[in-house]
Structure formats: structure tokens, C-alpha cells
Design a binder for this molecule. Sequence first.
Ligand SMILES: Cc1ncc(C[n+]2csc(CCOP(=O)(O)OP(=O)(O)O)c2C)c(N)n1
Length: 928
Amino acid sequence: MDQYSYLANADVSAIESLYQQFKENPESVDESWRNFFKGFEFSETWKSDGATNAVTDKSNEHVRKEIEVVHLIRGIRARGHMAAKINPLWPERKHNPSLDLEDFKLSEADLDTVFEAGIEVLGRPATLREINDTLRKVYLGPIGFEYQYIRDRKIKGWFRRKIEAEYINFKPSPEQQKRILKKLNEAAAFENFLHTKYLGKKRFSIEGGESTIPALDAAILKGAELGVEEVVIGMAHRGRLNVLTNIMQKPYEQIFNEFEENIEEEEYSDGDVKYHMGYTSQVLTPAGKRVSLKLMSNPSHLEAVDPVVLGYARARADGHFESHGRKINDFDDIYDKILPIIIHGDASLAGQGIAYEIAQMSNLKGYYVGGAIHFIINNQVGFTTDNDDARSSLYCSDVAKILDTPIFHVNGDDPEAVVYAMQLAIEFRQEFNKDVFIDMICYRKYGHNEADEPKFTQPAMYKYINKHKNPRDVYLQKLKDQGEDNIGLAKQLKASFDSNLQELLAKVKQRQLPYEVPKLERDWQELRKSKKEDFLVSPETGIDKDAIAIIGEALSNIPKGFKAIKQITKVLAERKSIFAGEKEFNWAAAELMAFGSILNDGKWLRMTGQDVQRGTFSHRHAVLHDTTTNETYSNLEHIKEGQGKLELYNSLLSEYAVMGFEYGYALANPNALVIWEAQFGDFANGAQTMIDQFISAAESKWKTQNGLVLLLPHGYEGQGPEHSNARPERFLQLSAEYNMYVCACTTPANFFHMLRRQLALPFRKPCVHMSPKSMLRHPGAISKMEDFLPGTKFQETYGDDYADPKKVKRVLLCSGKIYFDLLEKQQADKRTDVAILRVEQLHPFPKQQVTDLLASYPQKVQTIWVQEEPQNMGAWSFILREFPEIGISDLIARKKSASPATGYTKYHQQGQTNIINKAFDLTNKENI
Ligand SMILES: Cc1ncc(C[n+]2csc(CCOP(=O)(O)OP(=O)(O)O)c2C)c(N)n1
């Protein structure tokens, strides 16, 4: 009865206009409307005859009721979830969904009347009783289905058929029931054991939400049945230890060791609390399918792991991908192999903006993963905060609605319903490759952690919880009520768990499958941990002339018939002369050559960020647009057959999620150069969690390496407080134990080598680069062809060939763009008594190289650090703190400031001139 759906929506004027249309041409309206209007006209004719008025009134009334039954159907479908029995604690919901017969001007007296509208639900005319009962069974049971807002009729229809025709008859087989019970039992027994053995220790127990375990088990089983080969899971603290053991198969004794803290201290490895640790394993399903499982390590920062899971999943899917297809949905079979599951808390999903960012990513071609399963352990409280204070939306999952995707609210005390919801979610994801959300409403048996007293803040709730049976016992009771004989089995399982844990531990160990290393993980095995010595000099990363010629050819040409705008024709001509050796390399040419060379080596390049295809400052032009068709052409994709895969996407306007996604991508694939570029470096602070919790600390916490590159445009050019400073001081404060590179290249060739070094090293390190803006076009920021050739490598420092060592009285040490301002003054005033040294890599600080350079000057020379950032920013405090022994006596910089830069060009210019003048004024000691 789809045809009636618009009747319920339509307003009177719409029906009126449809009627006019019918009068003009009956065939032009839908059949149902045609019949409706025919009936209406028929009754109108009868009206004129007084004798038949009674009949007419009757049929009019029936038509009215037909319409109301349609309204009822739509009402239950749309608002049934508001009355569904989804809350194990408060069966009475507080919403008024207005779904009583009276709300539709129907009554009990109509229950046995047959309505045409029954076709819509049961495929035939049916009594109101049948219609009503059927719908209430589907929509007001233990699952509240939300999907009526979905605008794609195909998806909506599919989903409706599934639940109205299939869910209504859902009955798990005895085998399934046993499996559910077994999983619940494992979940409950594990927590019980920890509770007794490690009383009061934080474990963020899953109790109250045990159905998570059969749900995840069902996801793996159903997923494997539908083609999933790998499952990537991200989750926070709640229930994590349980997932690690009972889903990931992490041996119990490893967990116990972590409780006992039987862990050896290691250099450069501080470790993390046990409920943040990741794990990798493989399981065999009863149907004989091997599935790889990965639980991401994650920090305490809730939801931060979400985009990391997605980026990882994307890289794993790309790993199966051999050609250069770019359209989404063309290769869904590949995405079907990798299933990302993100487990949320109710308060964090509702409150953390990153949830919205990842939702917006989900169908963009740069971030598409074929849909993620979102599973919410909704224990109806966040730490001590009630729902009423935690969100304005009705449900914590409302963000999902922007995706036109279904949401299942399911009662956590009904594991069969939870398992059904998960199975249907998987089916939906494999069918439509869209995200889908399961909101499992449960409770938290203890406080936020086991040492917390929840009655301080939720006394009433905990009165219920303390009396409430756990989901396993609820399920047992249900099975018993159904006459099933599973109680014995449950008792037996629990007894064996309690009495002989040691035996069980051994069994679990045996159960672990020997690990078959998947494709991209093999690439990681070729790498090793870094050593101190690795940072003394950089590896050679030059390329030969033939490679430059091949790549240069691709970068300088466009296909016949492709019409580029005039400026691009010029850009291409310039590239041609650079790559032919007629002109020196500018920044763009060096960058493209680095990218091209990586692709030419068969490795992958993935770069995203806002407007990266053209480049914020219009230097890159890595993707060209045809002036008439707007078709795109990327030169980098046309270097040679069998080259590496290129992914170059303009990102959505997000920093946090996008940087996280790229971090996840780089985590999965060590042979891809993965780059995130900020529009202006300052905007990276929107992703500070990714920088603090993942990029700088992950290797120390989780022993995971990552080669992600951040390009952060930085430099004082009078563009105001938010377009000047990428905050190098913050990265330098985070720098220790060789955790990441922090660089500020001043030559195109050095930038080329810095990028290539990322994949040339036998290990992976994040690299943060203070990138140029005006320097992109600075006439001095150029490099010769020979600086790219074999034997060349990244230069941690540059010395000064102009100053005369014998005459030098002052050495200026600097980093980044200010070098060119200093150079200009030095050259203009012919100051051979002042040397300028450049530190191109700030961390790991090239102490030896700097010391060697300083050694060529007289001992008494003044050594001054010069920076354009205010004194309380930039590299100064890092240099002063970390390397006092290199003898830098003083600083020339802008005055200490609250804001990074002035908003006035005039004052900016004054400040800059001041710094430069002071740097060369050997008499001036003030404010140095
Ligand atoms: C970004 C962030 N803010 C605050 C916290 C502190 N914190 C830890 S758990 C928690 C409550 C989370 O509630 P919910 O998401 O419902 O998960 P639950 O603990 O109830 O499972 C808070 C506020 C955090 N870990 N991360």
C-alpha cells in the first residue's frame, strides 16, 4: 500500500490538486488515487438522492477510516520506536507517540472491520486487529526501528520488507540460542572472576551490557557468511577487557599479567593501561571461514579512535585493490571484505563532535569504507551525568539520521533481539554499503569504574539496578519459560569456568589460530624499530636522471583534447623546462617530483586535506580541470604502467577526523606515503587530540609505528593571528625519545628528500613540517637538478658559504622562512661578519651537525637564535631547554605575546624589520 503513503503526508490542497488532475485525465494519477477519486465521485452522485444518503454516509465514513488506518500504519512505523520495549530498567517509556486507536479516530469497534490498507502490511485486505497486532509486534517489541526518514525508497522498502516480513517471524535456532548463551556466559564469568580476584581494580566491566559479546560474535559470523574477511574494531574502555578475551581471543593470562603489572620496563616504551591496548588475531567460524580481527589501541579520549578505525579499514580495502578506479560504489565487493565496527558510549557519541565529522565522511570518495557498523553500549549514564544533561536529542544516536540510514534501538536484556539487530545491520551494510547504528540500551552494574559509588548521583537508578537480574540470567529465565533445556548447559559452563580456570586458560590458548599474516602486515614485518644511530645522518634519497625524465614527462603533459586554462598551460611549460634542467626547481616542482618518484617506485601516495588538489596557495595543481567538461586529469596518475596507487582528495572541512583517518591509513600501510596538509598550519589545533594522543605518543604507548606526514603552512607574513603560526613550539614540546621528525625546510630539494626519507627508512616515524606559504614562490627558494640526483640526501642543517669564518663575529641560527629575510639583509649590506646557519630539522635535533658548523667560527663568536615567532613561541624554548651545551647565548624574536601575530600588516612589517635589524646590529644588546 505504498500508494497510500502520500495520502498520509499530503495536505488538503495537495489532494485537491491531485483531484483536478484526475478530472482532466484519470490515467495521469496513480491507480490507488484513481480508485479513491472514483469512489468519491460515486458517493457524491448518490448524495443527490435523499434515499441513498444513509449508504453514502456509511461509505464516506469507511473511506475516512481507510485513510486513518493508513495514518495508523505510518504512525506505528514512524513512531513505534518511542513505545518499543527497549529499556531494561524503565519498561514504561516517557514519550507519547500517539499511537492509540483513538489518536486516529478509530475505536475498538473497528477492530474486526476489513480494510484495504491491510495490503500494505500483510499483502491483502485485513482487519484492523490483524494490521494493528502485526505492526505492534514488529515495532513495539524489544527493537525500536527508526528508518522512516530514509529518503532512498529502495533502501527504505528493503528495510521495511526485512522487518515486517522477516523479523516478525524471527526465531533463533537451538544452535544459535546455545551460542548466544555460551557467549553471555563467557562474558559474565570473566567479569565475575576479575571482580573476585581484582576487587576494586578498574576494569570498566561490561556488566549490564553483556549482550555486547554475543552481538560482536554474531557480527563476525554473519559478516564471514557475507564475505567479510577482516573486522576492524574501535572501542573505548567499557567492556574492552571482555572483548579482548572473548572476541579477540587474547589469552586470559596476558590480561592477568597486565593486572599484576608483570611487565618489563623498556627504553622508549612507556606502555598504556590495559583497557587501551589493541590486539590482532584470527578466528575460525563454525562454518570454517577464517576472519582476521583487529582491535585498535586507543587513548582515553572518547571517540578519537573512530576515524582511525575508518582510515585503517580504507587502507586494508585499498590493499585488495589493484587498479586505479576512483568512483565510489564501483568496487563494493572489495569493501565487503573489510568490516569496520565502532563501539560507542551513549554520552560520548552524543557529545563528541567527531561523531558528526565521521558521519559526514562516510560517503565521500576519499573516505569511503563501504559503511561502518556503529554499536552503542548505551548504559544510560555518562560517568555521573544523566541523559537529560548529556544531550538535547531524543536518542544518543540521532547524528546517524544525517546519513539516511537505519537505527536499531534494542533492549540489552534481550540478547536474541540484539543478535538479530546485529545480523540485520550486517546484511544491510553488505547490501547497501552504508553506515548503520545499533543502540543497545542497557545499564551499568557498578559506578563509572568499579571503585566509584554510583548512588552518590543516580540513587534511584541504582535501586533498580541492584535488584535487576543480569542479562544472562534474564535470558536463562526466558529459555526456561519457553521450555528449553539450556539451564543445565549454562550451569555446567559456569562451573567449569569457576572451578578450573587454569584448564580453561590452556584451552583458550590452544584455541588461538596460528596467525596468517595478511598482505599489508607483511610489509610491516620488513621494518624494524628505530635506533639512536639512525638519526645521526639521513639515508640517500636522490633519484637518477632517467627517473626525473620519465616523471617530468608525465608531470608536464596533458592528453590530447584536454583543454586547460591559460595559467595551467604556463605552469606545464614551466614544469617542462625545470625537468629538462633548463631552470632550477621551485617548491611545486620538487614536491611533485617527490610524489612522482614514490609512485614511480611502485609505492603509494595518499594525500588529503582541504583543497590539496590545487593547493591552498595555488602552487600544486596536481589535479587539472578541463575548461569545457570539467573532467579531471591528474598527471601523477600517468607516470608508467604498474606505478603505485595515487589517492589525492580534497577533504571535507574537518581537521580532527581527517587527520585521524590519515593516521589510521598510515597505520595499515607502511608503503604508502600518507600526507595530511592543513590549509593554514594553525588549523591543525582542531586535531590536537590526534597529535597528542596518537602521532607523538603511540609508539611509546602501543609500540605502533606510523609514517604520517603533516604539512603545516607556517610563517609570519602579515596575515593575522590565525594564518601565521603552526605552533612549532607545541610539536617540539611533544618531541622526545626520537618519537617524530619536526622539520622546516628552506629548499625545495630538502623538502623532496624529507618526503622520500619517510619511505626510505627501515622504520616509520611521523613527520611534521612547517611548510612554506610565500616561500613557495620566493626566488631564493630554488634548488639545482644536482641536489636531486643519486648520492644526495636530506640536509639536517645548512651552513653559510657567504660569511667569512675569519671575520665572523656573530652566528645567527634560525629555522624556516626568516632565513630569507636574514639572507637579504646580509647580502644587501655585504655582512660577511655575520653567518646564518639553518636548522632544517628541529627534532631529532642535529646536535652534531650544528656543533660541527659552529666549530668553523672563532670561539668567542656570539651565537644567537633568531625567530620570527614571539619569544614564548617558536623553537627557542626547546633549543634552550634541550641543548644548552651548544652555547646559543641569546634570542632575537618578537616580544612575548598572548596572540601569535598582529592583525595589522603595518605592525607586522615593523616587527619583522626590527628582528632583522637587531640580528645584524652587533652593538645592540637590548631585547636580545
Ligand atoms: C574526550 C573525553 N572527555 C572526557 C573523558 C572522561 N570520561 C571518561 S568516561 C566518561 C563518560 C563516558 O560515558 P559514555 O560515553 O556513556 O560511556 P560509559 O562510560 O558510560 O560506558 C567521561 C566523561 C574522556 N575520556 N574523553
